[in-house]
Design a binder for this molecule. Structure first.
Ligand SMILES: NC(=O)c1ccc[n+]([C@@H]2O[C@H](COP(=O)([O-])OP(=O)(O)OC[C@H]3O[C@@H](n4cnc5c(N)ncnc54)[C@H](OP(=O)(O)O)[C@@H]3O)[C@@H](O)[C@H]2O)c1
Length: 373
């Protein structure tokens, strides 16, 4: 039998061997990066002659697209953008002294906890793909009032707001978008020259995700839940002309939301059958680490229904798996997450969001390590 000592010695030798090969590759990468910069510097000289600007966002987007198409992994979408984004930033710096000094506009997500947030992966990939030299950071904050003072003091250009601050942040803003005010929650802030404007892109994200698979107007829609996500989804459905029923565990919360939206209410435990076209789970039921839970009896589902889950970890919740088995059309929580992020991007940058890149970046991040491309 191999002793622990022998196994350790053999493991160390293998690590040293692999590290030696990594060092050799790093030398090649360094040489290649410098060769790339020499070419970029020559382009810089030509740009000076023709008066062309140093930064060319269209060219940078095209480079990213070409590289993504040819990428066979395991470099994921986010890391590919970080790696080549840094190379392109270095190329801008060898072309222009201004590019050395220009401070990058900062964007951020505020929440508690926030370490699990996929917003940094999604927005950083989107910014780099669009050739924007923006930085996106995650801040774990308990005092949202102080955080908003920080946004003003540091001129943070825009922010995503996540739990538990979506409601409490509202009193620290200068303006509220109409839907954010009606929903009673803000998940997006735009800093317009020191004026902080609050939006809710969750409702638009939900509606856009559904629109990929079904119309909403005049459809009977059952929303499970009456919390923050339910409010955004239900107000969005109502705005798009859907006919709403709220199903919720606690009667009080369900009835309050249903009354605000002129919707029907059924206590979740009493649902035995459902006459509806669309079912949307907005509760955390089914979310990791409780993947084996389901918010309602799957025997209620009919194959003509569209079933959506706002939970995106796991991507295929038990509810969605059961719905798929019945033959329903399913919409996962990733679609809503990506669309709400795309709307944030567009509010911040006034340019079209690279939705597919954002989706790929988040999808990669949700894959177990062993399955990364
Ligand atoms: N995909 C996206 O882009 C996106 C966006 C926002 C949120 N989300 C997800 O949406 C989920 C809910 O977030 P939230 O902000 O709405 O939370 P929340 O405000 O705390 O509301 C939770 C809702 O779920 C219900 N609920 C909780 N546990 C339940 C259980 N065991 N059985 C039945 N009902 C239960 C609660 O019912 P009671 O009223 O009876 O307490 C409440 O209505 C989270 O998983 C979040 O990650 C996803």
């Amino acid at each position: 039998m191999t002793s622990d000592k022998t196994r350790k010695a053999s493991g160390d030798a293998n690590i040293n061997d692999l590290r030696g090969r990594i060092d050799a590759l790093d030398d090649q990468l360094l040489d290649l990066a410098n060769q790339r910069l020499v070419l970029a510097r020559r382009i810089g000289a030509l740009k000076r002659q023709t008066g062309a600007p140093v930064a060319d966002r269209h060219r940078e987007s095209n480079i990213m697209d070409r590289l993504l198409t040819g990428n066979s992994g395991p470099l994921g979408t986010y890391d590919l953008h970080r790696f080549f984004g840094d190379l392109m930033a270095a190329a801008r710096r060898v072309q222009s002294r201004d590019a050395v000094c220009a401070p990058a506009p900062v964007y951020a997500v505020f929440g508690d906890p926030v370490a699990h947030s996929l917003s940094p992966v999604m927005h950083t990939s989107a910014f780099l793909h669009a050739g924007l030299d923006n930085t996106y950071l995650a801040f774990r904050v308990s005092d949202i009032a102080e955080a908003m003072r920080g946004v003003r003091a540091f001129d943070i250009r825009g922010a995503s707001i996540t739990l538990p601050h979506k409601v409490s942040v509202m009193t620290h803003l200068d303006e509220l978008d109409d839907m954010a005010a009606r929903i009673g929650a803000v998940n997006t802030i735009v800093n317009r020259g020191g004026r902080l404007c609050g939006y809710n892109s969750d409702w638009q994200g939900a509606v856009a995700a559904l629109a990929e698979k079904t119309a909403v107007s005049d459809r009977q829609v059952a929303v499970i839940g009456a919390g923050g996500a339910a409010r955004a989804v239900a107000f969005g459905i109502k705005k798009k002309g859907g006919r709403l029923t709220i199903l919720n565990r606690s009667r009080k919360n369900g009835e309050i939301l249903a009354a605000e939206l002129d919707a029907n209410f059924i206590p979740l435990a009493e649902v035995k059958k459902l006459a509806c076209d669309i079912v949307i789970n907005t509760t955390p039921v089914g979310m990791t680490p409780h993947e084996d839970t389901i918010p309602l009896d799957s025997r209620i589902l009919q194959k003509e229904m569209v079933v959506m889950d706002v939970v995106y970890s796991p991507l295929k919740t038990r509810l969605l798996a059961a719905a798929e088995a019945v033959g329903c059309t399913i919409v996962d929580g990733l679609a809503m997450f990506v669309y709400q992020g795309a709307l944030q991007f567009e509010l911040w940058t006034q340019t079209d969001a690279p939705v597919n890149i954002m989706r790929r970046a988040v999808q990669d991040a949700l894959l177990p390590e062993t399955e990364l491309i």
